[in-house]
Design a protein around this ligand. Structure first.
Ligand code: AMP
Ligand code: MG
Length: 349
């Protein structure tokens, strides 16, 4: 398949190109598009055939549900059984934005889109190109991240092209994704809301609006035997090709241990990368040092994480050591993705 690649500037949207992209979706095709979190791989959410095509293009297991993206809060009504009070409150506060809500689905949404579940995940992105594209496509775009299943989510068109060129009809290049991590997911189908995936909207922010919010135990606990409630969270996700280990402890000891491990691996002819914070970067003396940002600015760390993991693949890195991050606020999302990328391999000192 020939993939058409177009550029759209969020601040000066080319309506003609957006119309073309929307028409591809209406005709049953697939278009990758930028959002504020990561790039999405979009198809018509109300068509079972389009959802099947998304799974095929990604190589994704079909029990892993897709998120339905909308551009108008009112469009939620048609795809859920009931817009609950909590959903209204969250939409009011965080939409458009990087928050996904799970609600009971209506018959309009095919089971192919929800991975066989009777609930549906819904998000309204704030990215202007995404919103214009969703409208042009008829209002409902099912989209997972636009990567081949198992790879880190793409945060720039370069990586979408790497994974999806030849597999889908169109890629909209909208530059770098601002946030760089997937949306926060909150399940509103039960009595008490449950955080299923941490993201840019933090647990604390959800609690401010909802009061009590439970947290799915599997988010930060690799030994947890329970099944994650968000089906996608059970898969080895966000993973680089090289072996990633997180080293956690006091800065001085972490640096010493990583230096030791990196030298040892280099002695065995392995190509090594160290993911370091700005504060510590010049204290490492082995491997390729990649500075991920300052501990004082977790937004930057979130923004850079997947790019660094992708760069490790581009540079054929065999072994990666990373510092560990705080597990509060956005740090919870960063640690959750890093732990998954590491297959929960952590050295605690
Ligand atoms: P992605 O678009 O790649 O970020 O993946 C979307 C993720 O949302 C899936 O992997 C699931 O973990 C989660 N999700 C989507 N729909 C549901 C649902 N109905 N119930 C629980 N989790 C869901
Ligand atoms: Mg994904």
């Amino acid at each position: 398949m020939n993939t058409k690649i177009i550029k759209i500037d969020e601040e000066n949207i080319d309506e003609e190109l957006i119309k073309q992209a929307g028409q591809i979706i209406k005709d049953g095709g697939l278009v990758a598009f930028p959002t504020e979190t990561v790039y999405g791989l979009g198809g018509d959410a109300l068509s079972s055939d389009s959802s099947k095509k998304i799974y095929a293009a990604k190589g994704r297991p079909s029990d892993n549900p897709l998120i339905v993206h909308i551009a108008d809060i009112k469009d939620m009504d048609a795809i859920v059984l009931k817009v609950t009070e909590n959903a209204k409150k969250l939409a009011d506060r965080f939409w458009p934005g990087p928050l996904t809500m799970i609600l009971k689905k209506s018959d309009r949404v095919p089971f192919e889109t929800t991975g066989g579940l009777d609930s549906v995940a819904i998000r309204m992105p704030v990215h202007k190109t995404a919103a214009a594209f969703i409208k042009a496509a008829g209002g409902y775009i099912a989209a997972p991240s636009a990567n081949i299943s198992g790879k880190p989510s793409p945060t720039s068109a370069k990586y979408v092209i790497q994974d999806m060129d030849g597999r889908i009809d169109m890629i909209i290049d909208g530059g770098d994704s601002g946030i760089g991590l997937e949306s926060t997911i909150v399940d509103l189908t039960g009595e008490i809301p449950v955080l299923l995936r941490p993201g840019y909207i933090t647990l604390e922010q959800l609690k401010e609006v909802l009061g009590q919010v439970d947290v799915d135990k599997t988010i930060l606990d690799g030994d947890c035997k329970e099944r994650p409630k968000a089906p996608g969270m059970k898969y080895r996700h966000y993973a680089p090709k090289g072996d990633l280990t997180i080293v956690d402890g006091k800065a001085k000891e972490v640096i010493e241990r990583i230096n030791e491990l990196a030298r040892e691996a280099e002695g065995k002819d392995k190509k090594v990368c160290v993911i370091a914070t700005d504060e510590n970067a010049d204290r490492y003396d082995a491997g390729i040092i990649k500075s991920i940002g300052s501990r004082n600015d977790e937004d930057i760390i979130a923004h850079r994480l997947y790019t660094i993991l992708r760069e490790c693949d581009d540079e054929n890195i065999d072994i990666i050591y990373s510092e560990s991050f705080d597990s509060a606020g956005i740090g919870q999302a960063i640690m959750n993705r890093l732990l998954k990328a590491a297959g929960h391999h952590v050295i605690h000192i």
